[in-house]
Write a protein that binds this ligand. Structure first.
Ligand code: PEP
Ligand code: MN
Length: 335
């Protein structure tokens, strides 16, 4: 980190600033020029509050030259993190498919969808038991009963399950869940992130509706810093000025994140577009960009789904998407 001081700063103030930065276990290397004085900060600057320094009246500007995320940073961990869940491997260059309904609604619904997506090649089953809904009057999920049904489907099909944890009070119910999903709306629920950092299960962390890639990595950092190294990142579309689609799929996030971090990056084309017929082209595009996996919503009766029907594929449509992804994936871009 470099701190650029204003012209002719008061030497006493510079000494105070230097002493304070040294107290943060940083080495300070001043460069005094005719026009400007610059302080070079060497050491772990990840805990330094850049805005606090910038606000000082002797400071003109502060620039980070290293990233504030250490554990997630590709620079310090050049090899991909590879996460195995059942028959799926994330981060080894393959593109496993996670599929299932937005929310668990009934035994019949879940078992039918689970069997069909398994037959189409999905290696993980998704389904929400706790649903983050914009309206408190919308279906909120089956809660504990939903988890029970997911475990039944897991037993029946052998597919590991992914489901969303919305609150710490629900964690006890997740003992047999294979992957904990942290949804877009909770990407910056730091206490929740901190706690799943102590859980011995992979975490699927979705990008927030309006969060930068650096913010996504800082959220991953909470989990990694707690000792849980199995974090899968998920691009699920972001809010833009466009209203024709539910969100805007940020495809550039895939290669960009893969440069910034060693963690696997998967894509959810269902929430990204919000429109079932756009799921196939977006899934193909994500596979072509080198996604480390896809998460797709599938419902046996989308027209009557209790949540996200318009973006849900029928099992037949999922067969078609899975086949298209398998064709595209060998040609995928690799950095
Ligand atoms: C989901 O996967 O069902 C979900 C609610 O996704 P997101 O958090 O990305 O909106
Ligand atoms: Mn959904």
């Amino acid at each position: 980190m470099v701190v650029i001081l204003n012209k002719n700063p008061d030497p006493k103030r510079v000494a105070d600033l230097t002493a304070w930065l040294e107290s943060l276990h940083l080495e300070i290397h001043p460069t005094v020029g005719k026009m400007q004085t610059i302080l070079g900060l060497v050491g772990d600057t990840s805990k330094v509050d850049i805005e606090l320094i910038r606000a000082l009246d002797i400071v003109q500007d502060v620039k980070r030259i290293s990233q504030p995320y250490k554990e997630a940073n590709r620079a310090f961990h050049p090899d991909n993190t590879v996460i195995k869940v059942g028959d799926a491997t994330f981060g080894d260059g393959s593109c496993p498919l996670i599929a299932g309904p937005c929310s668990v609604e009934s035994r019949e619904q879940l078992l039918e969808v689970a069997q069909r997506v398994k037959a189409a090649g999905a290696t993980l089953l998704r389904g929400g038991a706790f649903k983050p809904r914009s309206s408190p009057y919308s279906f909120q999920g089956l809660h504990a009963d939903g988890i029970k049904l997911l475990l039944e489907a897991k037993k029946e099909t052998g597919l590991p399950i992914v489901t969303e944890l919305m609150d710490l009070s629900q964690l006890d119910l997740f003992a047999d869940v294979d992957v904990i999903q942290i949804g877009a709306r909770n990407m910056q629920n730091f206490e929740l992130l901190r706690q799943v950092g102590h859980v011995d299960k992979p975490v699927l962390l979705k990008r927030g509706l309006a969060n930068t890639l650096q913010e996504l990595l800082m959220s991953a950092e909470y989990i990694l810093a707690g000792g849980n190294h199995r974090v899968i990142l998920c691009e699920r579309g972001i809010r833009t000025f466009e209203t024709a689609t539910r969100n805007t799929l940020d495809l550039s996030a895939i290669p960009m994140l893969q440069e910034m971090t060693h963690l696997p990056v998967i894509v959810d084309p269902s929430h990204a577009s919000g429109i079932a017929r756009l799921v196939k082209p977006m899934a193909m595009a994500a596979a072509a960009c080198g996604a480390d996996g896809l998460m797709i919503e599938v419902h046996n009766d989308p027209a009557h789904a209790k949540c996200d029907g318009p973006q849900s594929l029928t099992p037949d449509a999922f067969d078609d998407v899975a086949a298209a992804v398998r064709q595209i994936h060998p040609l995928a871009y690799r950095a």
